[in-house]
Design a binder for this molecule. Structure first.
Ligand code: 4H3
Length: 254
């Protein structure tokens, strides 16, 4: 899959391309990445990419012509790619979107700076407006990295077999189970015994219970939007009974 970023600060992406799983995916040619300087598409001796806002006010706006030229050049080189503008006004990015975007041939990610990009760019040249959360950044670059990272790891064979994407938080709509490694006792906190038992079935059961209960306690909103299987419903029913027992014994005392 192709990822082309359009930015006035392409050097910001040098460290991002060069570490960990993203680096390996590039080396193995699972992804082909480039950060293109929008300034290269700006005319004039000073290659200006911003200008004052019509209507007045503070701050600058990204000029449409250099951006349009950069987007058209990128789309021309990558047929089938979709264009994404990173903006707080976009659709909230999530795991389902990461999975969908990973099925595309390529993404062209447009990074704004200053007060934002000229509105006419959004209308004609942008397929999706995406936000990574309800906060404002000084530029779209960090948001683009977040999207690229989440999408790239959904591409088949980008993750090694060990940490396959199917096991992730959200892959079945639930948070992941708790993780432990050595030592067996860390500052008085012991690893759950079942994980040391070698009983594979029991370990899987424990992990499912950990997953369901962590989701209930940390992100109950996630449980509203998914269909639980029989095993998962039984876990919740078991804990409901346990809680009811506690409450019943309390009420009788009053
Ligand atoms: C994306 C971009 C937040 C997000 C962004 C997000 C700078 C867009 C400027 C850039 C505009 C101000 N902030 N939540 N900032 O995904 O060009 O909005």
């Amino acid at each position: 899959m192709y990822f082309t970023v359009l930015t006035i600060f392409p050097e910001m992406f040098d460290p991002f391309w060069n570490y960990g799983i993203i680096r390996r995916a590039i080396d193995q040619q699972k992804i082909i990445t480039s950060a293109v300087n929008i300034r290269d598409y700006a005319g004039g001796r000073h290659q200006v990419t911003d200008d004052r806002p019509y209507g007045g006010g503070s701050g600058m706006v990204m000029k449409p012509e250099p951006l349009a030229a950069a987007i058209r050049d990128a789309t021309g080189q990558q047929t089938g790619a979709k264009t994404v503008l990173l903006t707080p006004q976009g659709r909230m990015f999530n795991q389902a979107m990461a999975r969908e975007l990973a099925s595309l041939g390529g993404l062209i990610l447009v990074c704004g700076r200053y007060e934002g990009v000229d509105e006419r760019i959004c209308h004609d040249l942008i397929d999706y407006e995406i936000s990574i959360g309800d906060f404002v950044l000084t530029g779209g670059e960090l948001a683009a990295m977040v999207v690229i990272d989440a999408v790239a790891r959904q591409i088949p064979d980008v993750l090694g077999g060990e940490d396959a994407a199917e096991k992730d938080s959200f892959s079945d709509g639930l948070l992941e189970h708790a993780h432990y490694t050595r030592p067996e006792n860390f500052e008085g906190h012991k690893v759950p015994r079942v994980l040391l038992s070698g009983h594979h079935r029991e370990i899987e059961k424990w992990r499912m219970e950990s997953s369901v209960m962590r989701t209930l306690l940390k992100r109950p909103d996630l449980l509203q939007n998914i269909e639980l299987n029989t095993e998962q419903r039984e876990i919740l029913a078991k804990w409901r009974r346990a809680i009811e027992n506690i409450l019943d014994s309390q009420v009788s005392e009053i």
